[in-house]
Every structure is written in C-alpha cells, then in structure tokens.
Design a protein around this ligand. Structure first.
Ligand code: UT7
Length: 340
C-alpha cells in the first residue's frame, strides 16, 4: 500500500549565535534564569538582509540533496512560517524562485509553532487524495525580526532557523510512512500569544478578550511578540498531553509502541511534562531547545533533523511529532520511519 514517506531531511541555522550571557544588560535577565525556566542556552540569529526565504531555501537544498533529488523532481513547495518575507507574495513563491523551479504550486501555511505538524497532515491528506507524489515541506522562521528586544519575557525565548523534508507517496512494500495526524485549534485563546503588525492606536475588533471586545494597540507600529507566558505554558502542557494520547489511540497504538518523541521546542519543562506523560525517558526525546531556542514552525523539523544527523532512527521506528502555538493551534503526527 502507498504511504507518505520522509525521504530527505535538511536543516539550516544562521551563523550568528547569541548566548544568554551576551543578551543586552538592559534586559535585566540572567543566564541562570533563562536556563532554569526554559532550558535555553543560546539561539541563532539571522544576518541583516537574510530573510525567511533564504533560511528555507538553504534547508530545502539540503533536504533535496539528502533525498538524491533535484527541484525538477518536486511537485509542490509548502512553507510553514509565521515570519514571511512579506505579507505577499508567499514565502513559498520566493523559495520556488530561489530553488529555480517554475510552474509547480507553492504556498505558505500559517499555523505558527504548529505549522510543520499542520503541513505534514495537509501533505499526507493531499497525497492520499492522489494530488502529488513528491512535496517539499519546509518550516522556516526569522523570529528575531518580530521580537520586542526590550521585553525580557519574550525576546529571550525565540531563535531563527529552518528545517525541511522531502515527502514521497509510494509503496515500499511495508506499512511504514506517515500513519496519521490530529489537529486542533481554539481561538478563544487568541490574545494570550500574538504578534501584531498594526499601526499605533489601531483597533482590532474582537481581539481584546472576554471583557474588552476590541483591542486598542498602543505599542509602536511594528510586529512584536506579546505573550502571557504562564497561561500559555499551562494550556500547552494540558493540550499536548491530551493530543499525544488522542493520536495514539486513534491508530490503535500506546506509548509503549513509541521509539522517539519529536516535540515542539518552546520550553524544556513542557517537553519533560509530555515525555513524563508518555513514560518516555529523555534519551528517546529530541531536545534542541537548549541550542536553538523556540524557532516556531522550524522547531519540529530542526529537532527531527538533529536526531537524523545522529543516526538515531532505524527503519520501523515509531516517531511522534507534536506542537503547540499561538491561536491556540496544536497537533500531532505519527510517522513510522522508512528512510534507511
Ligand atoms: O511556542 C509557543 C508556545 N510558547 C510556549 O509554550 C511558552 C510557554 N511559556 C513559558 O515557557 C514560560 O511561561 C516562560 C518561560 C515564558 C516564563 O516562565 P514562568 O516560570 O512561567 O515565569 P513567569 O512568566 O511566571 O514569570 C516569573 C517571574 C516574573 O517576575 P515576578 O513577577 O515574579 O517578579 C517575571 O517578570 O520571572 C520574571 N521574568 C524574568 N526574569 C528574568 C520573566 N522573564 C524573565 C527573564 N529574566 N527573561
């Protein structure tokens, strides 16, 4: 039977590394606080003039090379990002151009930190429907560009990077490949984590929470991440715990069947909580949050790529990918590894 297989992986992190200790003194934060509360030690920061499409293109080239293919073998390009180069055209269109492709469809997915998990579910569904045979799926972010670098409660948490996979729909004589996905969203939490790019004093109707139906933006007219971290943390732990159970149960599997957890890399404490729920030791969990911080849609493919580079996966291994982000949106994918 045909399944969606991961046949190539790539990852790209910008050269510049910003360690906790090198954060501006004016932030009044500390390496100890950041490590203890998040597990983050450092993050990569894109160079001036280096856009999300550049990070995405670099990761995509690696994934194609790893698959032994060229862009001419690809039927579609999807970029999951919340930091597109521009409002439009899509970052995927720009990546298509930079990769030298013409005519194949290209579009973005905006599901913030869950973008890659949503994207994998979408591609798998489209492949099962017979639309494509080979797709390039990329998660790429330049979060550094939308951070308020004077807000210590958010700016220390994020980093830049891109991860990419080549997906192929084929029958390899096994039951390996993407098994299935579960996706959720709850817009009631829309104002707990957001980045606006509206003008000063602009009013966004219906975005002020239950007691204030409209949100009046009084910050500068630039995009900046705002978060009520503690509430996001609690909901993330709860919903990720539920979604991992849900996706396993849906496919008649249990936590005992899992070989690897590939979680979204927002906070080591959230990762540990999900691992504990699954009764998995951290040896079987991809952890890159210490080196990458939270790269939003790039976090899951970058974490998977890191383990892949360590030869951690063998054919038949069961991987559980999960993510949670602004919206809130969250989800999980089950993948039986098939790449040799
Ligand atoms: O990817 C999308 C999903 N995102 C997430 O999942 C992030 C979820 N949230 C978190 O990871 C955590 O809530 C944070 C890491 C953001 C914050 O950790 P926390 O343990 O929830 O801390 P808190 O927000 O309750 O703040 C505790 C204290 C506050 O001071 P007071 O009010 O107790 O005096 C903050 O002002 O820590 C202070 N604080 C800091 N101190 C030093 C907040 N940020 C910093 C900082 N350095 N960078």
């Amino acid at each position: 039977m045909k399944h969606t297989h991961i046949i190539g992986l790539g990852g790209y992190l910008p050269e510049q590394i910003l360690h906790n200790k090198d954060l501006p003194a004016a932030l009044e934060t500390s390496d100890a606080w950041i490590r203890e509360r998040t597990g983050i030690e450092q993050r990569h920061i894109a160079a001036e003039g280096q856009f999300t499409s550049d990070l995405a293109t670099a990761a995509a080239k690696q994934a194609l090379e790893d698959a032994g293919l060229t862009i001419d073998d690809i039927d579609a390009i999807i970029v999951a990002t919340t930091t597109p180069d521009m409002v439009f055209p899509s970052t995927a269109s720009i990546v298509q151009f930079k990769l030298g492709a013409t005519s194949i469809p290209a579009w973005d997915i905006q599901a913030v930190c869950s973008g890659f998990v949503y994207g994998l579910a979408q591609v798998d569904g489209m492949m099962r429907g017979g639309m494509f045979e080979r797709v390039l799926l990329i998660g790429a972010e330049r979060m550094s560009h939308i951070l308020d670098w004077s807000d210590r409660s958010t700016c220390v948490l994020f980093g830049d990077g891109a991860g990419a996979v080549v997906l192929e729909y084929r029958d390899d004589g096994t039951e390996h490949g993407v098994i299935g996905s579960t996706l959720h969203a709850d817009g009631a939490y829309r104002d707990l984590l957001m980045a606006n790019h509206a003008q000063r004093n602009q009013v966004i109707p219906g975005f002020g929470g239950q007691n204030a139906p409209d949100l009046r933006l009084d910050s500068a007219g630039v995009a900046a991440v705002e978060m009520r971290g503690n509430e996001v943390f609690r909901t993330a732990v709860k919903q990720l715990g539920a979604v991992v159970d849900e996706v396993l149960e849906l496919h008649g599997l249990t936590h005992n069947d899992l070989d690897h957890l590939i979680p979204h890399q927002a906070n080591l404490r959230i990762i540990q909580a999900t691992a504990k729920k699954l009764k998995m030791s951290l040896d079987h969990v991809a952890v890159t949050v210490n080196k990458h911080a939270n790269t939003s849609a790039a976090s899951v493919p970058l974490a998977m790529h890191a383990l892949y580079q360590q030869n951690a996966f063998k054919a038949g291994d069961l991987l559980l990918l999960e993510a949670f982000g602004a919206g809130f949106v969250w989800g999980a994918n089950l993948v039986r590894w098939s790449k040799q």
